[in-house]
Design a protein around this ligand. Structure first.
Ligand SMILES: Cc1cnn(-c2ccc(OCc3ccccc3)c(C(=O)O)c2)c1-c1ccc(Cl)c(F)c1
Length: 440
């Protein structure tokens, strides 16, 4: 989690590698993490190390002068590549030049990084900020903090103490889908597929994506209901399943590797966590997955966490770093937006699970892009607002509903397409909205 120039003693607890390294690199923050160093682990149990960085996350990195460093280690994806069942591939650009999603892997450690791995938080006090850690050598370490930032993930130890507080709201939802990661190796030292694309195989209840890595491999993530994972128990059944749904991926992953890696780890669960408030008195604040774990179907998990820091620091500026005012204001401003992206990611999961196959995906995206081209200020695709702007998440949702109403009003009054079926007045009303927005 990015905490910018807080002069007081601030202790971050948790955070995954990219958050920890970035935090420490920019602020000599003492970070305490119960897990071992992911960078030294050979196999990390089911934990994906691909992180999709887009505009919100980049703005946070920019504010601490880290954007160029981190972006230089990322792979830009300027379009989706939709893989149809018959093996045909359709590129759909994300939009304007420069609107890319960056794929990151754990960054390098920086000289002023003080990372305390395998430090388990035993206890902490909301009144005094006193913290007790159990170190890897078994010794206990007492620390006194002015502010404790709980960025210790979806199953936060810091948040556990919030549960004892009156009027603390908390919800946790596991979805019936799991995910499993496979590796697509390079061919003759080169990427097996076009690298600067987010490869998507939309198959309604099954989906697979492939994200490029710096070592020219792709990390393929298969999303599928646990019931379906349980039906595939032998190597031959894996091949049969892939022949039916992802035939073009078999030669690229390799049949033997597919049969082997498919069973390397069990399918991992996905959880959505929402809570409020995000703060306790003036001593503790939750950020990142500890505050709002989201399902991955919008690629916004890390970006929302980074934007937490950006918003926190904007409020620190406004309220002169007075934690007793900053923390409640951070809750007031940030909770509606983080709840909105959690709901949006879950909506996308339902949308993509129910009827998003390659034809529907293509249709939706072509329509979105077409309407955005002819009325760039009136129709802005939701994915564009979420991924390529800092439009507040809850405001993006409000605008999306308004745009859907405008579009559906026109469509329901005219059963047919294409465009020439619309009466002039329909076009006029749309263009009026467009010019009206121009005024705004
Ligand atoms: C890692 C990452 C970064 N962005 N996205 C993402 C997510 C959703 C998208 O569209 C939603 C939609 C398309 C068509 C109809 C309704 C909704 C698009 C898009 O427009 O390209 C891209 C993902 C991602 C993550 C998991 C799955 Cl399963 C997946 F497919 C992609």
């Amino acid at each position: 989690i990015l905490l910018l120039y807080i002069q007081k003693k601030t202790f971050g607890v948790g955070g995954n590698t990219i958050h920890l390294v970035t935090v420490s690199a920019c602020m000599r923050l003492a970070c305490h993490r119960s897990r071992n160093n992911i960078r030294q682990a050979k196999i990390v149990k089911g934990r994906s190390i691909n992180l999709a960085l887009s505009h919100r996350g980049r703005q946070a990195l920019k504010q601490v002068g880290m954007e160029d460093t981190i972006v230089s280690k990322g792979i830009p994806m300027h379009s989706r590549m939709i893989h149809s069942l018959n093996g045909t591939q359709y590129p759909i650009p994300y939009g304007k030049k420069g609107q890319v999603t960056l794929l990151l892997q754990p960054a390098e450690t920086y000289s002023n990084t003080k990372l305390n791995f395998a430090h388990k938080l035993l206890n902490w006090s909301t009144e005094t900020g006193a913290m007790t850690f159990l170190r890897a050598d078994g010794a206990k370490e007492e620390i006194q903090a002015d502010l404790i930032v709980g960025c210790d993930g979806a199953f936060s130890a810091i948040r556990k103490q919030f549960l004892r507080q009156s009027r603390f709201n908390f919800s946790q939802t596991y979805i019936p889908h799991g995910y499993l990661e496979l590796t697509m190796p390079p061919i003759n030292g080169e990427f097996a597929m076009k690298p600067n694309y987010l490869h998507i195989w939309p198959r309604n209840t099954f989906m697979m994506i492939a994200l490029p890595n710096l070592d020219k491999t792709f990390t393929c993530t298969l999303f599928m209901p646990f019931d379906e994972f349980e039906n595939v128990t032998t190597g031959d059944q894996v091949i049969e399943f892939f022949q039916k749904y992802f035939p073009d991926a078999i030669p690229l992953i390799g049949a033997d590797a597919l049969k082997r890696d498919y069973f390397r780890l069990p399918a991992q669960a996905m959880v959505s966590v929402k809570c409020s408030p995000y703060h306790l008195s003036d001593k503790c604040v939750l950020m990142g997955d500890a505050a709002h774990a989201v399902v991955p179907f919008y690629g916004q998990g890390m970006n929302a966490g980074f934007e937490d820091c950006l918003v926190f620091n904007e409020i620190m500026d406004q309220l002169n770093e007075d934690f007793s005012a900053v923390l409640p204001e951070y809750t007031r401003v940030r909770v509606p937006d983080d709840h909105a992206i959690a709901d949006l990611a879950m909506y996308n999961y339902v949308e993509m699970r129910s009827h998003v196959n390659s034809k529907w995906f293509l249709f939706r995206k072509y329509i979105d892009n077409f309407l955005h081209i002819i009325m760039p200020r009136t129709i802005i695709p939701l994915y564009t607002m979420v991924t390529f702007t800092r439009t507040r998440y809850h405001e993006a949702v409000k605008r999306w509903h308004w745009q859907d109403k405008v579009r559906n009003d026109i469509v329901t009054r005219r059963a047919c397409w294409p465009w020439h079926c619309l009466k002039f007045s329909d076009l006029a009303s749309l263009m009026t909205c467009h010019f009206f927005n121009k005024e705004n």
